[in-house]
Design a protein around this ligand. Structure first.
Ligand code: NAD
Length: 400
């Protein structure tokens, strides 16, 4: 069976889906690996590094023409997808929920699409394949480093002959995978860290990293399904924003990571909260998206400074800014999933398996993933977590 890695097409994307170590493991399992010329260049991996472990270097056209499985980080470009043939598979973080017609188009062409971003994360055997976690970990680390870089003072306590610097006060809002890594990184840099999440069960994890957990008196627990948060009601949201503003004003650096599946990121830092912050404060918004972020006015990939001197950094694809580490971890996720799916040298799709049912979105000409089940009738995909809370921020089909 031939597995081909193609060069990523999204602007600025530097990751590559397989690194030489993973290629060697796949080769040892009997798979042939084709690499598109220069696919690893963004992660400082030369074509020679791949040929040394037995990969063949090919053009994009050869890869698409001969591979049984195409592997990628993000969704391949339309021209590549249009060139796929029936029975061929494509594997990557395909974000199928953001684009209702995407899975239908692949199904119509008979392509087997496997989307790592839908992996059922609570299945223990899926953990080595959990690319959402591996990449969120990297993003959380990078967010803390970016914040430290943009902050005009020290993170650690420094006592020197030229004076004493107090440690930075860092607040992390949202303590999932990325938030916990941001806390750990800021702590290792010497900051005094506080954190808040609507899921109170994260308190012990926060405290085990040496940070203090902020409990709001005006908003109760908002744990949803599958370890995620639910969307807040309008009243809860208002109360949360008002109470958080006081905490935000007491911090030098704020890192926001809050997400709710299927919804636009919740707004946590309002205009009033920004106005109450001291000049020189820094915010890194990991929730920044085209739909809005956790911080009012933040834009992905843009840094702005407010009139009162607060720097707001809208994060954009942070894992790609650490391409070597992110590719190595992602490659391990791909390797684990591929080896799980391959039996006797061929893809063995089995939709009675709960892990496979979670990641396979098209098979034998049909859209088969439960979260996309409405698509064949032309309906908008249902919210994958069936949240009960209402609200105006529903993003039908938004990938998480
Ligand atoms: P996420 O990216 O969905 O959200 C980040 C954080 O934002 C979450 O902790 C969420 O509670 C928080 N949040 C949402 N709305 C908020 C609001 N209004 N105010 C404050 N915080 C808000 O989270 P994630 O990192 O993808 O992780 C989600 C869950 O999945 C966690 O419980 C994690 O432990 C779990 N998980 C489990 C496994 C596993 O079982 N193997 C693997 C990975 C993740």
């Amino acid at each position: 069976m031939k597995v081909a890695v193609i060069t990523e097409s999204a602007p600025g994307e530097r990751r590559v889906a397989l690194v030489p170590d993973a290629v060697a493991k796949l080769r040892a399992a009997g798979l042939d690996v084709l690499m598109e010329t220069g696919a690893g260049a963004g992660a400082w991996l030369s074509d020679d590094a791949f040929t040394e472990v037995g990969a063949s270097i090919v053009t994009r056209d050869e890869a698409v023409a001969t591979a049984d499985v195409i592997v990628a980080v993000g969704r391949p470009d339309d021209a590549t997808l249009a060139g796929l043939r029936s029975g061929q598979a494509v594997l990557g973080m395909l974000a199928p929920l953001t684009d209702p017609g995407f899975a239908q188009r692949l199904a119509k062409d008979g392509v087997i699409a496997v989307s790592l971003d839908l992996i059922p994360r609570t299945l223990p055997r899926a953990q080595p394949m959990d690319a959402l976690s591996s990449q969120a970990n990297i993003a959380g680390y990078k967010a803390a480093v970016i914040a430290a870089d943009a902050f005009g003072r020290f993170f650690p306590l420094l006592i020197t002959a030229a004076g004493t610097a107090r440690p930075a006060r860092v607040l992390v809002l949202g303590t999932g995978v990325a938030g916990l890594q941001a806390i750990g990184t800021a702590r290792r840099l010497g900051a005094v860290v506080s954190a808040y999440d609507v899921r109170p069960e994260t308190k012990t994890e926060v405290q085990s990293l040496g940070a203090s957990f902020i409990e709001l008196t005006s908003v109760g627990a908002a744990s949803g399904e599958g370890g995620y948060a639910r969307a807040l009601t309008e009243d809860e949201r208002q109360a949360q924003q008002d109470e958080l503003a006081g905490h935000i004003a007491r911090h030098d650096v704020v890192i926001t990571t809050a997400q709710v599946p299927g919804r636009r990121p919740p707004l946590l830092v309002t205009d009033d909260a920004l106005k109450a912050m001291a000049a020189g404060s820094v915010i890194v918004d990991m929730g920044a998206s085209a739909l809005g972020g956790n911080v009012v006015g933040s834009q992905p990939g843009e840094t702005t400074v407010t009139g009162n001197g607060v720097t707001i950094i809208g994060a954009s694809n942070l894992p790609s800014r650490m391409p070597a580490a992110a590719s190595a971890m992602y490659a391990r996720n791909i390797q684990s999933l591929l080896l799980y799916l391959v039996k006797d040298g061929a893809l063995a799709i089995d939709l009675s398996d709960d892990l496979q049912r979670g990641v396979v979105i098209t098979y034998e000409g049909r859209v088969v993933h439960p979260a996309l089940a409405g698509e064949s009738q032309g309906a908008a995909p249902p919210d994958q977590h069936n949240e009960s809370a209402g609200g105006s921020d529903r993003v039908d089909g938004a990938a998480h």
